[in-house]
Design a protein around this ligand. Structure first.
Ligand SMILES: *[C@@H]1O[C@H](CO)[C@@H](O)[C@H](O)[C@H]1NC(C)=O
Ligand SMILES: *[C@@H]1O[C@H](CO)[C@@H](O)[C@H](O)[C@H]1NC(C)=O
Ligand SMILES: *[C@@H]1O[C@H](CO)[C@@H](O)[C@H](O)[C@H]1NC(C)=O
Ligand SMILES: *[C@@H]1O[C@H](CO)[C@@H](O)[C@H](O)[C@H]1NC(C)=O
Ligand SMILES: *[C@@H]1O[C@H](CO)[C@@H](O)[C@H](O)[C@H]1NC(C)=O
Ligand SMILES: *[C@@H]1O[C@H](CO)[C@@H](O)[C@H](O)[C@H]1NC(C)=O
Ligand SMILES: *[C@@H]1O[C@H](CO)[C@@H](O)[C@H](O)[C@H]1NC(C)=O
Ligand SMILES: *[C@@H]1O[C@H](CO)[C@@H](O)[C@H](O)[C@H]1NC(C)=O
Ligand SMILES: *[C@@H]1O[C@H](CO)[C@@H](O)[C@H](O)[C@H]1NC(C)=O
Ligand SMILES: *[C@@H]1O[C@H](CO)[C@@H](O)[C@H](O)[C@H]1NC(C)=O
Length: 611
């Protein structure tokens, strides 16, 4: 009886368990690059504002395309998914912004449907709600899933089952089904995905950037529905995007420089880079790591998550000679040498254990406490931001509208593993990349929600002050001034010329999901060269905000903690006890929510959520 009710949440899967054959797709051949194609269609979903068009599709790069000159082995196709939304206002005169989520391995559709895109998904996981604070109000907006195998991007479509174990951990089990396809349930969900082959995706930010530069060269100049008068391109990136954003724009700018000095590859096109935006980004792990220890001990919400002894123990492990900080610095140096071709023998001997003992040390402690990874002021099994998009993106009608031949991969374990094994987290150089961009005339604006743990604002602020560029002392001398929006004061901003850092109040990790107005205003003011704090002043190169040099004196009142609500496609919302019942089919599920079930705060170590 109860098991029968569980299946009701998955009804429809008996009808079709695989994406429908894409229909109505236009395919065009690149004129610039032999064997590169673009395929797309108009999905007509999500952006329902009359007259505003959107296009979803792929840039298809054939095997071998990236090999030349880089030593990279790319013996697999790269099919990069995009979803482009025209500006709601005057699209032909609007600039372009690209949005990226992090992971590594997380899909940018999270930004689209949960944060700053034209719509969000209602709690039925089927219908959408128009977002009045969508970033395409006055800007053309492009979402990308990268590297390949993430989201709707794929190398080779491959059938598999997503198996979720009793701890809520997922894995992809490959397998053809023939005619006898097993019925999907909460723990076993069949579908079509990327190959899951580790060697068939990027293994570092640098390689990912390379693929995205080629994507951009094709899409920006050959996608027939993007014909801008305003050719400015911005990139906004969240979370691991603190690596992706600087890494990708650095490569774009280097390519621009090569075009100028005549060393670019034939046919390379200049890209007018406008703004790099970073939202709760992991920019520099060595610099930010300490704040994973300090923030739970000392924060502006008065939350004592780590007690004195936990704090002292972790700080000792971190800062003692030969401790975690020293080991992380040594690993970073070895990784840098490896990239320059200097051998250290087995680099794992130097870097081994750092992720587990050093990085995960504070994180493991944190997960023992009842606080949210994306929001320290919420509970551990945080129901917000709700993952309704996961239900929506398994609807057959949605996949048909988008014209995708694969199911949705919200976070790719293959990509996560590849980046972990190349030690990309600890990789340095992203502060330098930001400095290079600023000195090249690219604007850089950072916003950090101050309730986030995953990439907290205190670490972000440290990174903001460590950018090696020509005017860093002028930036550091600028003060914090209130961020004013139609809602009142939403945070505090430090700005010098084209560079700013904002602490956004009462916001977790995904700033636009928690504070849509503040995030929108920061984005708009940055794009249109207004001061971030008020939006009223045209920014000159010597514009400098007045105010105090730090904001620690400003304390916040924690919000009411929302009640736990288990959404079965996101076991992180359930907690082990409820999840075990879900797995055994002992609960009632409606629209993917367990409608009855008890709260609990167990002591088990919770699975690590992707950044
Ligand atoms: C394009 O594909 C054809 C057929 O596979 C191949 O012979 C040719 O070398 C490819 N061209 C490029 C530039 O890769
Ligand atoms: C996945 O399996 C179904 C059912 O056997 C089959 O129809 C479909 O072609 C398979 N898709 C792929 C990409 O192998
Ligand atoms: C051209 O610019 C690139 C990118 O900045 C640089 O790496 C290279 O050394 C420059 N080459 C010459 C000949 O100036
Ligand atoms: C908390 O951190 C801030 C900023 O680093 C510092 O000024 C303050 O003294 C710290 N408070 C405690 C109790 O450690
Ligand atoms: C501090 O917190 C840890 C972890 O919750 C706990 O094991 C320990 O007993 C606490 N110590 C004190 C002195 O309260
Ligand atoms: C490198 O070292 C790690 C652990 O230190 C070990 O697991 C791995 O097998 C070694 N790899 C090689 C190629 O020696
Ligand atoms: C894959 O898509 C089909 C068709 O929409 C759906 O029935 C199935 O549940 C999806 N599988 C996953 C794992 O999302
Ligand atoms: C990353 O992948 C490339 C192949 O594309 C390989 O040459 C390189 O050694 C890999 N890097 C690491 C650190 O594993
Ligand atoms: C600041 O940004 C504006 C607008 O993009 C640009 O014109 C100006 O050159 C930049 N300033 C500096 C110092 O790079
Ligand atoms: C879910 O499906 C798997 C694989 O078909 C099966 O082994 C398991 O028993 C099912 N779970 C429930 C609760 O029916």
């Amino acid at each position: 009886m109860l098991a029968g009710l569980v299946l009701a949440g998955f009804l429809g899967l008996t009808v079709a368990q695989f994406p429908p054959e894409p229909e109505g797709v236009t395919v065009i051949k690149s004129k610039l690059h032999e064997n590169v194609t673009i395929s797309f269609k108009e999905p007509g979903i999500c952006e329902t504002t009359p007259g505003v068009r959107s296009y979803s599709g792929y840039v298809h790069l054939p095997p071998g395309f990236l090999d030349e000159g880089t030593g990279e082995v790319q013996d697999y196709p790269i099919n990069t998914f995009f979803w482009f939304f025209e500006s709601r206002k005057d699209p032909s005169n609007a600039p372009l912004a690209i949005w990226l989520n992090g992971g590594p391995g997380s899909s940018s559709i999270m930004g689209l449907l949960e944060e700053m895109g034209p719509c969000s998904v209602a709690s039925d996981s089927k219908t959408t709600i128009l977002n009045e604070w969508s970033w395409n109000n006055e800007v053309n907006l492009l979402f990308l899933d990268q590297p390949t195998q993430v989201g709707f991007s794929y190398d080779v479509p491959t059938n598999a089952t997503i198996v979720t174990d009793e701890d809520g951990n997922r894995k992809f089990v490959l397998g053809e089904f023939g005619t006898d396809v097993p019925q999907s349930n909460a723990t076993h969900r069949v579908g079509t995905f990327g190959s899951q082959k580790l060697a068939q995706t990027a293994n570092s930010t640098a390689y990912a950037a390379h693929a995205i530069w080629h994507f951009a060269q094709t899409w920006l100049f050959e996608f027939p529905h993007y014909k801008p008068e305003d050719n400015r391109v911005s990139l906004w990136a969240e979370s691991y995007g603190g690596h992706y954003g600087p890494g990708i724009f650095e490569l774009f700018q280097q390519q621009n420089d090569k075009i100028k000095n005549g060393t670019a590859e034939e046919g390379a096109q200049y890209l007018h880079l406008d703004t790099l935006g970073i939202v709760n980004g992991l920019i520099d792990l060595v610099l930010q790591e300490e704040t994973y220890i300090t923030l739970p001990y000392n924060n502006t919400y008065g939350l004592q998550i780590f007690n004195q002894s936990t704090y002292d123990e972790l700080m000792y492990d971190w800062s003692r000679p030969g401790g975690c900080r020293d080991r992380m610095v040594a690993c970073r140096a070895a990784v840098k040498d490896r990239d320059s071709g200097i051998s250290h023998g087995n680099i794992s001997d130097i870097c081994e254990g750092i992720a587990l003992e050093c990085s995960d040390g504070p994180i493991t402690h944190f997960h023992r406490e009842n606080h949210g990874w994306y929001d320290i002021a919420h509970g551990k099994y945080d129901p917000t931001p709700a993952k309704h998009m996961l239900g929506y993106l398994s609807e057959e009608s949605v996949l048909a509208a988008l014209g995708v031949p694969v199911n949705f991969t919200s976070s790719s374990p293959a990509v996560a593993k590849q980046f972990r094994e190349s030690h990309d987290h600890v990789h340095g150089g992203f502060l330098d990349a930001i400095g290079y961009l600023l000195d090249s005339g690219v604007k850089v604006h950072m916003m950090y929600g101050d309730r986030d743990y995953a990439c907290n604002w205190v670490g972000g602020e440290k990174a903001s002050l460590a950018i090696p560029y020509s005017r860093i002392s002028d930036f550091a001398e600028a003060g914090y001034t209130p961020l004013q929006t139609s809602e009142g004061v939403d945070g505090m901003t430090r700005q010098f010329g084209n560079y700013s850092f904002t602490r956004v109040y009462q916001s977790g990790h995904e700033v636009p999901a928690y504070q849509p107005v503040a995030a929108y205003e920061i984005f708009m003011r940055a794009t249109f060269n207004k001061d971030i704090a008020t939006g009223l002043v045209d920014v000159s190169d010597d514009f400098q905000t007045p105010g105090p040099s730090d904001t620690w004196h400003i304390k916040n009142v924690p919000p009411v903690v929302p009640a736990q609500k288990c959404y079965v496609l996101d076991p992180g919302t359930c907690g082990p006890e409820i999840w075990a019942k879900v797995a055994r089919g002992e609960v009632t599920v409606k629209d993917y929510y367990v409608v009855e079930g008890t709260n609990e705060a167990g002591e088990e170590v919770f699975e690590r959520v992707e950044l």
